[in-house]
Design a protein around this ligand. Sequence first.
Ligand SMILES: [Zn+2]
Length: 444
Amino acid sequence: MEQTMFNPDMESLSPKEQQKMEKNLLLEQMDYVYAHSKMYQDKFATAGIKKEKIKNVQDLTLLPFTTKQELRDSQKRQAPFGDFLAAPSMEVSRVHRTSGTTGSFIYTALTKKDLAQTHDCGARAFWSAGLRPHHRVIHCLNYCMWMGGYTDHANLEATGATVIPFGVGNAKQLIQVIKDAGINAISSTPSYPKHLEKIIKAEFNMDPSELGLELGLFGGEPGLDNPVFRNRMETTWGMKAQNANYGVSDVLCNFASVCPDNYKLHFLGQGALLVQLVDPMTLEDIPIREGAIGEMVLTHLKKEAQPLVRYRTSDLMEILGTDPCECGRTGFRFQIVGRSDDMLHVKGINVFPNGVAMVLEDLVPEVTGEFQIILSHPSPYTHLDIRVEYGHEIPLNKMTDLKVKIETKIKENLNFRGVVDLVKPDSIERTKMGKARRVIRNYE
Ligand SMILES: [Zn+2]
């Protein structure tokens, strides 16, 4: 019988078994953190919470949150790994650096045991997305310090698949290698195949579907949740396009993926991570149940080098299901709906720029897909002003129709009133990453 899960013991735990395991691991981890992490010793002493107070998972809420800024400050105090390094530095086996501007990145250190767990969770995710030992997968993420490069490579390898380290750039050579080396799977960001399509046509006079790829494993950017985007990629390339790689680089490289039965991210970090949700405004805990939305707060359950407790990820998570999936996995399903800093309240409705992006993506080529939400005053809002780029081929006499169409779609899909200001294609300034800033605050 085919093995459907990489680590069935962890991926199919009953809720009861999982709660028991989490409690045991958490108590052990807290013993370790209280004994070895200087940053947390200080934080918990300031908060006045002794270790004896933490007797079960619920008691975690007594402890203060950890923010990214605290990790940066810690690494300034004690370079390079910070005083939240809880293992002897000679036990650090691998170091990554998160992306970010100078002074804002974080060095992430992992011991051998941390790595084994990271690779196990990553392999669960890639296996869930369909990767098997017979696959030959070319890995096209940046290997320069970033976790998505070498550590994802090792995660792919842990499934038993053959992995070719390619990295980014050199697209012509990449296509040549896919053609020559019997590659049948690719791992990259979801926007990368589109970039390759032009080169395949221009340099090889081929269609992407002739390359023989069967499976695409994607992560690092949103996009695949949109069925239009995904169907287009699957038709053009003749491969299954899987959202296979969701992680938080300061915490755990990859701990969620879709499965063959259900195109929703499954939580696969059992035994490594405890997930909690909080309201980003009030910071009150929100129970994990279907329909809940909150900021994802993560606590390591078995981490040696840099254990984190109640770490605020700024990622807003919506819980889509908590029953066991048809595939047999019991981890809850979720989607990331935005960043907590980007969440806007319009007449009691939570609005995320990603929602607007999805509405506009369905309207391409009538629009380019780029837009900006312009805020002229602080919250609360009764409506949002949205600057939207119209498509290259739209005649001037169709502008009013287009404006009404977009406003209607926003109302229908997102339940708030958007007032659209149409602007010329390519007129909204892009960042270096090629995307426009989604929210502009024009007030002090
Ligand atoms: Zn499933």
